[in-house]
Design a protein around this ligand. Structure first.
Ligand code: GLY
Ligand code: MN
Ligand code: MN
Length: 539
């Protein structure tokens, strides 16, 4: 009886609270949002500088097949433009031409009826003008632009994408646009932007931080040995710091080539902006997360022993599309048993899953913004005592982490709160013998920003209002671990998306059951997908 009432309440609740998911909106955010982002970037730029950004390449899958186009998030954030082969210029100080003054130019590809018949409509210059730019110009004119880039104190760039294909029939595709800019700024052949970033840091470091920078560089070179071949990097590392810091030596072109382009600042400014979400962004992320959370809850009802990882992945993704999300925001992670212990497992090819936990880390991307939600459930609907004990530790760790996800706190406070619970729990169960080895079973960070990217840019300083971050502790005990074999192949991650508010936080993914009892109850409910029977295909 109680169970029946529970079912009814849950169904009515679902109907009332998820109706908003059905409505389809027009794509994206207002022009004002993107304009404000450009103005905020300009405010941070140094005097007499220009930012030059390129759209993402169209990526080849194989032969004549291409991946569906995904705009570069920074580019989209600043423009609202979602087509390839485009350049954005933002000037710190206004310029003048015969039409008046302007401080930005968007270069876009032209319309092309033949290509549009095969690959879909292009917005063209007219469409771009509707975005509200000072100047919209055909990309064909980029090479003829007669700016003297040497007159700018700084040309701010993101590292050039290297997987850009030259389309022979187009003399102003992204490949050409990049090369045209390289010519204009005297970009040396074969230059490594990574090394150049370090030059910028070396050039601008003050005496107090020089030793620290040297240590960061040494640490970086452990994994990126190739940069040690660079003479300037070698000198900075090997020379006495005090001696090196003498202005005349450091600034001499013998050490630092005198280029005016910079690959550091743009990332820094855009990180400052993107880590705090606007009201409109929050609305879209809220929707992406809700779709994902409802997906988790519906999949809990629909999964059955014997299903494959891929099938379960498909159920989530079908639900995303039903609610208008174009696709997932990152490759879906659906891993059962041993596979639940592989942190970014995306093979998802295990069939006939039985009596095991299945870890489902998926996020719908809705109008460019992605969720990142994980639930771990027993495929047969009942946790074993061992599975439940590990689940409970992760659940309590997550509760402690969410409690710390508050304005003014630090990201490390979130991590430390979760770690304390995980450590105590694993020691108590005798799985962990030495606290020093916690990372064996508790290997990853527990919080990151989400937004246009699943791992959105962030400074990871104090937590502030209108950040949206994950809290995602996980314990993974692969086969062969140094503990009783009854714990093997148990991997549990619970991940929620948390909006930081003025007074605390809001769990945007709360619609996905999280307590083990509620998961079991939800899994016992009927699903509309129970009736989705397909014919057998033998051969
Ligand atoms: N889905 C990747 C992550 O949780 O960070
Ligand atoms: Mn995550
Ligand atoms: Mn995740």
């Amino acid at each position: 009886m109680i169970t029946k009432i529970f079912y009814k309440v849950l169904i009515i609740y679902s109907l009332i609270f998820h109706l908003d998911l059905i409505a389809q909106d027009k794509y994206g955010i207002s022009n004002e949002f993107h304009l404000k982002n450009r103005n905020n970037l300009r405010d941070q730029m140094p005097e007499n500088s220009v930012s030059v950004l390129f759209s993402n390449p169209v990526r080849n899958r194989s032969n004549d097949v291409y991946y569906s186009y995904h705009p570069d998030p920074n580019y989209y954030y600043l423009t609202g433009w979602r087509e390839p082969h485009s350049v954005l210029m933002i000037f710190k100080n206004s310029l003048k031409d015969s039409l008046g003054s302007y401080d930005e130019i968007l270069f876009v590809r032209e319309r092309n009826p033949y290509d549009e018949q095969w690959n879909g409509k292009r917005k063209g210059l007219e469409g771009a003008k509707k975005l509200g730019f000072d100047r919209v110009i055909s990309k064909k004119s980029f090479s003829q632009m007669n700016f003297n880039f040497e007159t700018f104190d700084k040309v701010l760039l993101n590292p050039f994408q290297t997987d850009v294909k030259d389309i022979i029939s187009d003399e102003s595709d992204l490949f050409d646009l990049q090369n045209q800019l390289k010519g204009k700024i005297n970009y040396p052949d074969g230059y490594d932007p990574e090394i150049f970033k370090w030059y910028n840091r070396i050039e601008s470091v003050n005496n107090k931080d020089a030793e620290k920078l040297k240590n960061q560089l040494r640490f970086y070179t452990k994994r990126n040995k190739h940069i040690l071949n660079d003479k300037i990097i070698q000198k900075f590392i090997s020379m006495d710091t005090e001696e090196f810091m003498k202005e005349t030596i450091r600034k001499s072109s013998y050490f630092i080539p005198d280029f005016n382009f910079n690959f550091d600042l743009l990332t820094k400014y855009l990180t400052n902006q993107r880590e705090i979400k606007s009201t409109e962004e929050i609305d879209l992320i809220r929707k992406a997360v809700k779709i994902s959370a409802v997906g988790q809850s519906e999949v809990m009802k629909a999964v059955k022993s014997g299903m494959s990882e891929r099938e379960i992945q498909g159920l989530h993704q079908y639900i995303y599309k039903r609610y208008g999300a174009a696709h997932e925001g990152y490759p879906s992670i659906v891993g059962a048993g041993e596979n639940s212990c592989i942190l970014h497992y995306i093979t998802n090819d295990k069939t006939n899953v039985k009596n095991q936990l299945i870890l489902m880390d998926l996020g719908a991307e809705y109008q460019g913004y992605t969720a990142d939600v994980t639930r771990t459930i027993p495929i047969n609907g009942r946790f074993t005592p061992e599975q439940r004990q590990i689940y409970e530790i992760v659940y309590k760790a997550q509760e402690a982490g969410i409690e710390m996800a508050k304005k003014g706190n630090s990201f490390s406070q979130i991590y430390e709160a979760t770690k304390k619970v995980a450590l105590e729990g694993l020691m108590e169960l005798g799985i962990l013998k030495d606290p020093k080895n916690l990372r064996t079973y508790y290997p990853h960070g527990v919080a990151h920003h989400i937004g246009l990217d699943v791992h959105d840019p962030g400074n990871y300083g104090p937590i502030s209002e209108n950040m949206i971050i994950t809290v995602e502790p996980g314990i993974y005990i692969p086969e062969g671990s140094d503990c009783d074999s009854k714990w093997w192949s148990i991997g549990v991650r619970i991940e929620d998306d948390i909006l930081i508010t003025n007074s605390g936080n809001e769990n945007l993914s709360k619609f996905a059951p999280r307590k083990w009892k509620l998961i079991e109850k939800t899994m016992s409910l009927k699903s509309p997908l129970d009736k989705f029977n397909l014919p057998d295909i033998v051969n």
